[in-house]
Design a protein around this ligand. Structure first.
Ligand code: FAD
Length: 274
């Protein structure tokens, strides 16, 4: 770890190499030509998965395939497990890593939103030591993070959250394996018929995952009736800043947000035990 940090600090333009799924593809396409690649493959601690009483630590080099198969990612943490299970296709899930996904900060991918919904925290190592920040603070803009020179992502912490809470990730894509046109990630806790807690993040609809406390608050304390869900969806669609691209127009994406939110809430609700 010390060697990695010191190489990244000493060489301007040096980049970490994790799964290489995106980095190597970008290099082949001539979009990037890093002066140095610092492979993270032999840094043992980056592949560790550790359970604690209040959550799970997942190393930056843990692959999506391992996340998708982890039985401890249940309850609220199911949002991250199911995002990893559904994204892209097996070749990518076998290669790409959790750390690579957050450091890439591609707003059209699944995991950033799922990690925001799960209230994940990111541990970062750098020349000044280690720091732990909420994952939202890592995402600054499309493909831009708050990582400073010499810093690398070491692991992510996923808190267990409210007992009985469930997580759900719903993606809408043109064909299986494609990047999502829109994705909804959420964590939901119910007491009887009443929503005790809701945290919703929207993906592929702006430069960073969209989380709006005001939209969550429209759901909390309600029975998740049609009116409240539509109102939360309206707020999210209004705050979204989607682009027009081959996967859908901005207008189409705004239309999808409330519909997918309604469906994701119904599916999550089937699994709650409030
Ligand atoms: C064809 C294709 C389809 C995809 N489809 C989806 C999809 O549908 N949904 C989805 O969520 N994702 C998708 N992805 C993205 C994928 O899940 C990963 O996010 C991505 O490939 C990066 O992971 P990696 O481990 O391969 O990182 P790399 O390609 O090795 O690195 C990516 C970037 O992160 C930096 N980096 C890597 N690890 C660290 C670290 N620990 N600390 C600091 N910087 C680091 C690298 O320097 C580089 O800039 C797709 C990727 C590809 C190539």
């Amino acid at each position: 770890m010390e060697e990695g940090v010191s190489l990244l600090t000493a060489t301007e333009g040096a980049r970490c190499l994790a799964g290489g799924a995106s980095l190597v593809a970008m290099m082949h396409a001539g979009q990037l030509s890093p002066v140095m690649l610092v492979s993270l493959h032999r840094i043992q601690e980056l592949s560790a998965i550790t359970r604690t009483e209040d959550g799970l630590w997942l190393g930056a080099m843990v692959r999506h395939r391992a996340v998708a198969a982890n039985a401890h990612l249940d309850g609220a943490l199911e949002v991250v497990r199911s995002a990893a299970e559904q994204l892209a296709h097996p070749a990518i899930r076998n290669m790409a890593t959790l750390g690579g996904s957050v450091a890439l900060a591609d707003p059209c991918t699944d995991l950033p939103g799922a990690l925001v919904a799960a209230s994940a925290r990111v541990e970062i190592a750098g020349p000044g030591g280690r720091r732990l920040i909420p994952v939202e603070q890592l995402f600054v803009d499309r493909f831009r993070t708050s990582l400073a020179r010499g810093e690398l992502v070491t692991r992510l912490f996923l808190p267990r959250g409210t007992p009985g809470a469930v997580g759900h990730h719903l993606r809408f894509s043109r064909v299986s394996g494609d990047y999502p046109t829109v994705s909804i990630s959420l964590v939901l806790a119910m007491r009887g018929d009443t929503c005790l807690e809701a945290r919703v993040a929207v993906g592929s609809c702006g430069p960073v995952p969209l989380h709006l406390a005001e939209a969550d608050q429209r759901l909390v304390g309600t029975r998740l009736g049609e009116r409240e869900v539509a109102e939360a969806g309206r707020l999210l669609a209004q705050a979204a800043a989607p682009l027009d691209d081959v996967r859908g127009s901005a207008e189409y994406r705004r239309l999808l947000i409330p519909r997918l939110l309604g469906r994701a809430l119904s599916l999550a609700r089937e699994h709650t035990h409030g």
